[in-house]
Ligand binder design. Structure first.
Ligand code: AMP
Length: 417
């Protein structure tokens, strides 16, 4: 089914084709016609499914087709998203798909000087992409009026709640005009998200694509049991012995991310960290270097990585296992984007086994364990010494999982190249 059959107008079709898209993704097929009809939409979809284009394309089309006779452009669509990285990524999408529409968009987020943002706003914009804090701040300073908003998007609603934006969202909902089209996207739909959606969506059409528990199917997953003190050695070993051009490594803390970066650099590997303590400029630069493959390893914390969209990212490494299972799915969703190849490697120490069990419950599958690697977890393999060189794959018969680990697991040999 080509984009044309979704009744998309010529200027957008041309831009989309220049982006190299030939067929719409599932969420685009389902959501675009509904949004073009003016309906409210409740979309259960995470990044990587093509959801940005699913709302950006019909918004551009609706605003393009609406004749506006005011001398100055007014904000007719507001997209609210939790992080600066996501905001920038969404703005890039509007720029790409809307390049022949003649509409203006602007992106506002905190942590940077507001003057360039207010200058752009004062020149007049049709579409505003914003994070909640800076948006409210600029509304209070009277740089932003939302009285003309016709289409409102709440993106990554579950993440917004995780990040404590619920009150900001409620304040904004009170400011926005009552009569508008609302689009609500969330990767997961726990009860508090459904409640929030019901509080402002008007008889929404529901679109659910690749729910969080099934997106992982296209990504190859590997689990390494390893002692915490050997995680650095294992990481270096993988970078040395596997064909990993670039990879995104996740740590739980900012401090942990910096430590891994220092360790990699001291071993001659180009690495950079991306986390909340870095300035916006440093984060963007780190991302640019990584995309250009100048940096081989980007080490990120979860919140900073939320908006990372790198085409052709094949490897994600969970240096530490997240204690929230859905975070695992978000992390590994950075790879295998839009149907591309992806591998997610997880380093699990003794104290993280519980987290893996929760993750496996959520994704409803067992993550294949890599056997015979050089740094086996002592509690799992008590008779084994961590090797400094690549060990030969060992027979699987003498493996004993710890008592807490009672699953029948799929076993694989270490990939040694
Ligand atoms: P998103 O879920 O919006 O973060 O998009 C994930 C990735 O898919 C982005 O890199 C988009 O450029 C890409 N993408 C979106 N729609 C399509 C499409 N119809 N065909 C190919 N790639 C797409």
């Amino acid at each position: 089914m080509p984009f044309k059959s979704l009744k998309i107008i010529e200027p957008i079709l041309k831009a989309v084709s220049e982006e190299g898209y030939t067929i719409p993704t599932q969420i685009q097929k389902e959501a675009i016609p509904l949004i073009l009809k003016g309906q409210d939409v409740l979309g259960c979809a995470q990044t990587g499914t093509g959801k940005t284009a699913a709302f950006a394309i019909p918004i551009l089309q609706a605003l393009y087709e609406e004749t506006s006779n005011t001398p100055k452009r007014k904000i007719r669509s507001l997209i609210l998203t939790p992080t600066r990285e996501l905001a920038i990524q969404i703005a890039d999408s509007f720029a790409a798909y809307g390049r022949y529409c003649g509409l203006k968009h602007c992106v506002v987020f905190g942590g940077v000087n507001q003057n360039p943002q207010t200058a752009a706003l004062q020149a007049g914009v049709d579409i505003l992409i914003a994070t909640p804090g800076r948006l409210l701040d600029l509304i209070n300073q009277k740089f932003i009026q939302l009285a003309d908003v016709k289409i409102f998007v709440l993106d990554e609603a579950d993440r917004m709640l995780d990040m404590g934006f619920v009150n900001d969202i409620k304040k904004l909902l009170a400011i926005l005009p009552k009569k508008k089209q609302s689009l609500f996207f969330s990767a997961t739909m726990p009860p508090e998200i459904t409640k929030l959606a019901n509080s402002f969506l008007n008889n929404p059409s529901k679109v659910a694509v690749t729910p969080v528990s099934s997106t992982v199917d296209i990504i190859k997953q590997e689990l390494y049991f390893v002692d915490k003190i050997n995680k650095n050695s294992l990481l270096l070993d993988l970078l040395k012995n596997r064909d990993i051009k670039t990879c995104l490594v996740f740590t739980r803390t900012k401090h942990g991310a910096d430590k891994v970066v220092r360790m990699l650099r001291s071993n001659g590997i180009k690495a950079e960290a991306i986390h909340g303590n870095k300035t916006q400029k440093a984060r963007q630069q780190a991302l640019t270097n990584f995309k250009a493959q100048y940096t081989r390893v980007l080490v990120a914390t979860d919140i900073a990585a939320r908006g990372i969209d790198v085409d052709d990212l094949e490897f994600v490494i969970n240096y530490e296992i997240p204690n929230i299972s859905e975070t695992y799915v978000h992390r590994i969703g950075r790879t295998g984007r839009a149907g591309a190849k992806g591998t997610a490697i997880s380093f699990c120490d003794e104290h993280e086994i519980e987290f893996i069990m929760d993750i496996e419950k959520l994704i409803a599958k067992k993550i294949p364990v890599i056997e015979g690697h050089p740094f086996p977890l002592k509690a799992y393999y008590p008779n084994e010494k961590a090797a400094s060189t690549i060990a030969k794959p060992v027979a699987q018969g003498n493996r004993r999982p710890p008592n807490r680990w009672k699953h029948n697991r799929t076993k694989k040999q270490a990939v040694v190249s």
